[in-house]
Design a binder for this molecule. Structure first.
Ligand SMILES: *Cc1c(COP(=O)(O)O)cnc(C)c1O
Length: 467
């Protein structure tokens, strides 16, 4: 499988190099040059398979021949053996034809573990084969950082630096990152928002001298490997609910558009997806774009679903590229307009194509809290605020009752205990293995929102620096 950049000006890469490169050198994101496509029979044959076997079959066509079947299977086994549920990502019935896909049974209690656990193993495998060491840098609004740190901790092939917006992640989220004391783990609290952190990471990737000096690699959802690993659970859940013989809809709590883009990829591969619902909090750039055709960055507002407090949804660029028929020139112009004036218009034909499969709903803070409360009253399930945004959006765009509606539960309620307690009066407990989180020692560095300071910090500590 070859990978091309959404801006059309970076070299085509094989899987291994797209994985290690993250952001393309022309500023674009890597996507498969062509989508693998499965027949109805091939999809039907997934019925009854384990999560691991489905993961193998879904990811295999995206991965180069240099990774053997046996190695890939072993990495998948390792990635999911630590999940607290046998099914890895169980489906829970909420109403007659409404389901919750629980993606939070991994080590850091959010869906990002599903992709990060396999991503770190793929990195390690490819780097060890090449005899290379890299520096992973990522920005987090809370959950990516802890999932990445947990997946990469102690690995000799990588040093990991995670930037989070100081004071804007929950205490559980912060401690899950800062209490990992392995020598290859470095936490940076940036004086700014998540978008500032993401902008710093992008700037480091665009500083080619620095990028080469420290062998920079990215694990944000701009990394194709993340999206690839998330395609799997759209297949497992849809097949469990009757696909390919009937279509299924998904409501996806959305920030950077990585998770929902994986659902789009599944549809591209032939999975019958009726609707993909973009569920956003009041940081509603995507809901506004669907409504108006204009993608316009607003101001980030802190909410009780902080992992979605984002105004630049990086992976939307992948959808644009597809909607424009792989026209990198048009995507480049849109992105130039975005960086110059903070906005761009999506052409009508592309916008119509996007509206064909996607709907979008903005859920405010009151409705989120009310959904947490009502879900507990009606189903006895405690849900976290991100999952609640998904449930509220699903209810609003429910449509045909005969189509199963799957809402992605992206975090465990104990990851956001304050919001859950405020809505329900119940304090959600951490799983036993994490019960002493608040007693553990923390390590982090606070830095200004300044590229030079952050680069200097990394240069001093990265073992991959060539001198
Ligand atoms: C990251 C995250 C999201 C948003 O996912 P994207 O792939 O960035 O759209 C939603 N919910 C939780 C709990 C998350 O950690």
């Amino acid at each position: 499988m070859k990978y091309v950049s959404t801006r059309g000006r970076a070299p085509e890469l094989e899987f291994e190099d797209a994985l290690l490169t993250g952001l393309a050198r022309d500023g674009g994101l890597y996507v498969p040059a062509v989508w693998p496509h499965w027949s109805k029979d091939e999809i039907a044959s997934l019925a009854g398979l384990s999560y691991e076997e489905t993961a193998f079959r879904v990811m295999r066509p995206y991965i180069g021949a240099s990774i053997t079947d046996a190695d890939l299977r072993a990495m998948i086994e390792g990635a999911y053996s630590g999940f607290r549920h046998e099914a890895v990502v169980p489906l829970r019935q909420m109403a007659a034809n409404d389901w919750l896909l629980e993606l939070f049974h991994g080590p850091t209690l959010a869906f990002k573990d599903v992709a990060m656990q396999i991503l770190a193993r793929l990195f390690d495998h490819v780097l060890a084969a090449k005899g290379r060491r890299i520096t992973v840098v990522g920005a987090t609004s809370g959950d990516t950082g802890s999932a990445a740190i947990e997946a990469f901790r102690g690995r000799d092939t990588t040093d990991i630096f995670i930037l989070h917006p100081k004071g804007r992640v929950s205490e559980v989220q912060r401690r899950q990152m800062t209490t990992v004391l392995d020598a290859n783990v470095h936490n940076i609290a940036v004086e700014g928002s998540f978008d500032d952190c993401q902008a710093l990471v992008k700037a480091m990737f665009n500083d080619h001298a620095f990028r080469d000096e420290v062998s920079l690699a990215g694990v944000n959802s701009i990394n194709w490997g993340r999206v690839m690993a998330q395609i799997v659970y759209f297949f497992t859940s849809a097949v469990a609910l009757g696909a390919p013989h009937r279509p299924v809809s998904f409501s996806v709590p959305t920030g950077n558009f990585g998770d929902i883009f994986a659902g789009y990829a599944a549809a591209k591969m032939g999975l019958p997806v009726d609707r993909l619902i973009i569920a956003t909090n009041v940081n509603d750039i995507l809901a506004r774009t669907l409504e108006t055709g204009r993608y316009e960055v607003g101001k980030v507002v802190p909410t009780i679903s902080p992992s979605m407090d984002i105004q630049v949804s990086s992976n939307f660029e992948r959808l644009l590229f597809d909607a424009y028929g792989n026209d990198g020139e048009t995507v480049t112009r849109a992105m130039q307009s975005l960086s110059q004036s903070g906005a761009f218009e999506v052409e009508k034909a592309a916008m119509d194509a996007i509206r064909e499969c996607f709907g979008a709903v903005r859920v405010d803070e009151t409705e989120t809290a009310e959904t947490i409360r009502r879900t507990l009253a009606e189903t006895e399930e405690l849900v976290d605020p991100h999952s609640a945004v998904g449930l509220a959006a699903a209810a609003r765009l429910r449509g045909d009752a005969s189509v199963p509606m799957v809402t992605l539960a992206t975090a465990h309620p104990a990851k956001f205990p304050d919001a859950v307690k405020k809505a329900t009066g119940i304090h959600p407990d951490l799983p036993p293995a994490m019960a002493d989180l608040f007693q553990r020692e923390e390590r982090l560095a606070a830095l200004p929102n300044d590229l030079g300071s952050v680069e200097a910090f990394i240069r001093e500590r990265a073992r991959s620096v060539t001198v």
